[in-house]
Design a protein around this ligand. Sequence first.
Ligand code: RP5
Length: 194
Amino acid sequence: MAESNKPLVGIIMGSQSDWETLEHTVKTLTEFGVPHEVRVISAHRAPDLLFEYASSAESRGLELIIAGAGGAAHLPGMTASKTVLPVLGVPVESKTLKGLDSLLSIAQMPAGIPVGTLSIGKAGAINAALLAAAILGAKYPEIREALRAFRAAQTQRILDHPHPAAAKTSAKPPGRARPSAKAMTRPQAKRKPA
Ligand code: RP5
């Protein structure tokens, strides 16, 4: 079972200050039972560490990387340049330009090195985890089913609260909606392919 605890997803961020955004990615992946690891790796302040991390990610068993950064956000793109694993980028909201700088830095990659870019801030951080679950779900049926249950529960919350005032008092953020009782009792996703 040790194998089942091996991280499938690497979550990296450019600074400690990015944690308040990327913690939503971690929380969501945890709720889906997706094994992951978390590191602060700055593209500018620790470039050698970034190269080492990205170039060894595949051989260490990672299957996907989520990289969050703000400002001149080169971390996702540089990570993608050093691995063939899928890289999802989360633009962190910057103080000066509200994350527009981060978004463009991550999204505007040259042809040949793609980064799957999410929206700015918390929504992007949550969606990065959900997109990771969708990608990994092609190989791991339990992740796919957890995602299916999450989506059904999310829809049901809308249907159950047609009045906006009622929805306001009882709606939960997407990450709070547990996928299924079955998925939640399982600490980690199994590693066996479908
Ligand atoms: C980027 O610079 C980081 O991703 C962070 O969003 C931003 C500011 O970093 P700190 O100055 O707060 O460490 O590299």
